[in-house]
Write a protein that binds this ligand. Structure first.
Ligand code: PGA
Length: 250
């Protein structure tokens, strides 16, 4: 069983000085727990400062995005080797905000997955259905498709380094989290899709839930053996609430 993972996705929040003071405050209250990995994903510009501030801690660094090529004439983009050089262990790929606002397709997402894996970065690969897809009974097919296309040509060995985050789009930033049962149901579907195609044992796969996770509701999600952690947005911006989520006993 891989350890529970709690990842904080800062999105487009905090300047470098705000990032430094956040980490300082967080570290004064955070109680590391055996069996829980904690990850912070600040904006690109704050990665070096956060990396420096986390150096003597067990907390790992993630980027929120990358480009699918190693180098070249791609103005404004950041590559996997650059992120690796900055000290990132993880990279979030396929977040619904990137799919929605930046028109990222499953094909583009697959290029990013390949670039990350090619440089030893561990993807936190996000999948999730929109409200109208859920209401039309299409949740499972949408998610299977995101997985099959997004993870095309990923080997079983590489699959073991990928963490999947199930984030129903209707639950992100809305204050309307899925219920633990709704999340567990989709996690079961994800496990069987991946077991069927990649032959990964059910407990070899780590699946997070994301979407309006708070210090108040996180414990309910972690009671389910299907849910191996959380990808936290809004609640990770506050040191107390993120520390509470990250310190819940496994
Ligand atoms: P939220 O965001 O916790 O603010 O809903 C989660 C995410 O987008 O990963």
């Amino acid at each position: 069983m891989r350890p529970r993972l709690i990842a904080g996705n800062w999105k487009m929040h905090k300047t470098i000085s705000e990032a430094k003071s956040f980490v300082r405050d967080f570290l004064t209250i955070f109680q590391p727990q055996q069996g829980i990995e904690v990850v912070m994903a600040p904006p690109f510009i704050a990665l070096p400062a956060v990396h420096h501030a986390l150096q003597s801690t067990p907390i790992q660094l993630a980027a929120q995005n990358l480009f699918g090529k190693d180098e070249g004439a791609f103005t404004g983009e950041i590559s996997a080797p650059m992120l690796q050089d900055l000290g990132c262990t993880y990279v979030i790929i396929g977040h619904s905000e990137r799919r929605q606002h930046f028109k990222e397709t499953n094909e583009l997402i697959n290029q990013k997955i390949q670039a990350a894996l090619g440089h030893g970065l561990q993807p936190i690969f996000c999948v999730g259905e929109r409200l109208e897809e859920r209401e039309a009974g299409r949740t499972e097919s949408v998610i299977s498709n995101q997985i099959i296309e997004g993870l095309r040509e990923v080997s079983s060995e590489q699959m073991k380094t990928i963490t999947i985050a199930y984030e129903p789009v209707w639950a992100i930033g809305t204050g309307r989290a899925a219920t633990p049962d709704q999340a567990a149901e989709v996690h079961t579907h994800i496990r069987s899709t991946i077991a069927g195609k990649w032959g990964i044992a059910q407990d070899g796969l780590r699946i997070l839930y994301g979407g309006s996770v708070t210090a108040e509701n996180a414990g309910e999600f972690f009671q389910s053996s299907q849910i191996n952690g959380a990808l936290v947005g809004k609640a990770c911006l506050n040191p107390e609430s993120f520390a509470r989520i990250a310190s819940l006993a496994p």
